[in-house]
Design a binder for this molecule. Structure first.
Ligand code: SF4
Length: 688
């Protein structure tokens, strides 16, 4: 090989953006990223990727990367060495814990960091600091889906594989902008529509790409999905279209559940949802008559006051029609971030150890006490949402947060910023000086996925390895090393030499990952949990039994919580979601030139009706105001939205537009913010 070739390196990695979990080879020369090359052996994507996976990597070489620890001095930060930063954090956290108790401390993990790093974060909180105040950002998106599945089928993950979705006779997509949010997964549905006439029903407020490709597009009123789902389920039972043998053999709670459906008649549903009886009957017949149905949903379902209940209603419908435990069927809450599944799986939750074992279970807690040699708290900790309240109430004094721009992505961000200002001590660990980091006392420079090893778990419960392509930039370090070194500064004696050692410890303790090892994950090999001690994994859940009493699933009665009502001056509903080209708050994709040149900034989608009523044109600058804040944004006019429905992408290069408007109200069961329940009034600032 020539000198030039000798420096070219090919490294297998896993995409750092969405939960589809595409894997591919990245070709590098020194720090330059030459190309991203998909590989036939990649289990989730084969030879496909989307624009983010292919071109979204420049951020790793951004001038804005943090390369040194920073310590606040008055209004500014000064650079520091690691030792000084660790000592300061250790000293401050110990002092606060001593004065105000262990639960005056809190920890937030990241769904962008690896499973091993999520495991260490909860170990740091629990074993070193003695608190269960640890959470991750699945609280902002998918915890209600997990709750709905725990109630009904017992595992909080997709019930099959992405390839199963391709086999389904019918795919039901609810509140998911799949073509933009999970592009490669959407491609599989599009292919199945072409190749074997797969039928698709979409329920959404907005006529997005999958809606326009669907056989049936349902457009219910915002926040009313539970009503039509329950009415459709009732219609199926009333017309004897349910799967009686499946229900008799495999499901508990039928009688009580049927009673709970009583009020969900088609008449009631028509009134509450705005869908016609004819549409609902047709949907019911399509669902009942298909041999296999997969249900996909995302934040259009979960980010409501009743997000857990609507997720439960979806699972109930799949049980009534026997759509579990066979290929091409089941429930698929589409996980947003690349490792949002793994962040919870590996225990960064205030009520759960890794593998979703309860912190209140004495046996489980004793297992961890023995393994970690520490006394552990039996009290359920605070979740993200409760942490913000606890800071405002003066009960929570310090926060250690990694890889999450909470000051942009949480709802009602002005209220969150006030909370940050009240903290006695705030540590933020990230790759950039995020909006959140601006409030910190100490900022620690971390390394992104291309600069470290570890594993991510995608939406289909698939654990995949990533390998190191680049050296950490400047003095930045992988999150697992930072957490370990901080723990050791506090007297712990952790000596992990490699993330494989962390996984070995986690898999010895957490039943879902019993047989997981780095050897079984080499290269493009992967494992879908639960993984038996002998290494057998589980692509398809519930084939024989459900992990609930008697091995049976449970129909779980739910009732509708109507969406938030606003004063009538807030006359426009502000739906919000993603764009294909950008990711979330945009702190990575807005630093990737190939992407920003194409899609530079945020905009507001306005319907043609509203445009003519208010005299709006393409580019008109408007101000939206809700009871919680206001934003300025320019309009585009599109028939993807209708009437008084607006659509504001949440990816907005760090201004947090949507969350200037959102409230602090949340799903009643999980505290996931009701991001989708926001209304605003509009004033015109400047015609184009
Ligand atoms: Fe990455 Fe998701 Fe795009 Fe795949 S579909 S390349 S995982 S962003």
């Amino acid at each position: 090989a020539s000198m030039r070739d000798s420096k070219i390196k090919k490294t297998k990695t896993v995409c750092t953006y969405c939960g589809v979990g595409c894997s591919f080879d990245v070709w590098t020369q020194d720090r330059e990223i030459l190309k991203v090359e998909p590989h036939v052996a990649a289990p989730a994507n084969g030879i496909s990727t989307c624009v983010k996976g292919k071109f979204g990597w420049d951020y790793v070489n951004s001038q804005e990367r943090l390369t040194k620890p920073l310590i606040r001095e008055g209004d500014r930060f000064r650079e520091a060495e690691w030792e000084e930063a660790y000592s300061l954090i250790a000293e401050k956290m110990k002092k606060i814990s001593g004065e105000h108790g262990k639960d005056a401390l809190s920890f937030i993990s990241s769904s962008k960091t690896t499973n091993e790093e999520s495991y260490l974060m909860q170990k740091l909180a629990r074993a070193v600091f003695g608190t269960n105040n640890v959470d991750n950002c699945s609280r902002y998106c998918q915890t209600p889906a997990t709750e709905g599945l725990f109630r009904t089928v017992g595992h909080g993950g997709d019930s099959g594989s992405i390839t199963d979705i391709q086999q389904a006779e019918l795919v039901l997509i609810i509140g998911s902008n799949t073509a933009e949010s999970h592009p490669v997964l959407a491609t599989r549905v599009k292919r199945a529509q072409k190749l074997h006439g797969q039928k698709v029903i979409v329920s959404d407020l907005r006529k997005h790409e999958m809606a326009s490709r669907a056989d049936m597009f349902l457009h219910p009123k915002s926040g009313s999905d539970l009503v039509w789902l329950s009415a459709v389920t009732k219609y199926i039972v009333d017309n004897d279209l349910h799967d009686k043998s499946f229900l008799a053999e495999r499901v508990n709670g039928m009688e009580e559940y049927i009673q709970s459906l009583e009020k969900y008649t088609l008449d009631y549903a028509e009134e509450q949802t705005g869908l016609s009886k004819k549409e609902m009957k047709q949907a019911a017949e399509m669902i009942a008559k298909a041999d296999t149905v997969c249900s996909l949903w995302a934040m259009g379902v979960t980010q409501h006051l009743g997000g857990s209940d609507t997720s439960t209603a979806i699972s109930n419908l799949m049980l009534i029609t026997g759509n579990y435990g066979k290929p091409g069927a089941g429930t698929y809450p589409l996980r947003g971030h690349n490792n949002v599944q793994g962040a919870s799986d590996f225990g960064s939750m205030p009520n759960k150890y890794p593998s979703y074992e309860n912190v209140t279970d004495n046996e489980v807690r004793e297992k961890y006490e023995r393994a970690w040699g520490a006394e552990l708290s039996a009290d359920i900790g605070w979740n993200n949402h409760e942490m913000v309240e606890a800071i405002h109430n003066g009960n929570l004094k310090a926060m250690y947060l990694k890889g999450e721009d909470m000051g942009i992505v949480d709802s009602n961000i002005n209220y969150v910023h006030e909370a940050f200002e009240k903290l006695d001590f705030f540590v933020v660990q990230d790759i950039f000086l995020s909006k959140t980091a601006e409030f910190a006392d100490v900022v620690l420079p971390a390394s992104p996925s291309l600069e470290k090893e570890g594993t991510f778990t995608n939406t289909e419960r698939r654990i995949q390895r990533l390998y190191q392509a680049l050296e950490p930039l400047g003095d930045s370090k992988p999150d697992w090393q930072i957490i370990m070194e901080l723990a050791n500064t506090l007297g712990a004696e952790w000596n992990y030499e490699h993330p494989a050692d962390i996984m070995a410890e986690a898999s010895a303790l957490a039943p879902l990952f019993a047989g997981v090892s780095y050897e079984l994950l080499e290269g493009y090999k992967s494992l879908q949990w639960p993984v038996e001690p002998d290494g057998t994994d589980t692509p398809l859940l519930f084939e024989k039994e459900f992990p609930l009493p008697e091995g049976k699933a449970k129909l779980f009665p739910v009732d509708w919580t109507p969406p938030l009502q606003y004063d009538e001056q807030y006359d426009l509903h502000v739906n919000n979601g993603r764009l294909l080209e950008h990711f979330h708050e945009g702190n990575m994709t807005y630093k990737a030139e190939g992407i920003t040149s194409k899609t530079p900034g945020v905009f507001l989608e306005v319907s043609p009706e509203l445009a003519s009523e208010r005299g709006l044109e393409e580019g008109t600058l408007v101000r939206l105001t809700s009871p919680y804040g206001s934003v300025k944004v320019s309009c585009i006019i599109t028939d993807r939205v209708t009437g008084n429905e607006l659509y504001l992408p949440m990816n907005d290069s760090g201004v947090g537009a949507v969350n200037q408007l959102t409230s602090s109200r949340a799903d009643k069961d999980t505290d996931t913010p009701a991001y989708k329940e926001v209304s605003a009034k509009m004033e015109i600032l400047k015609a184009k």
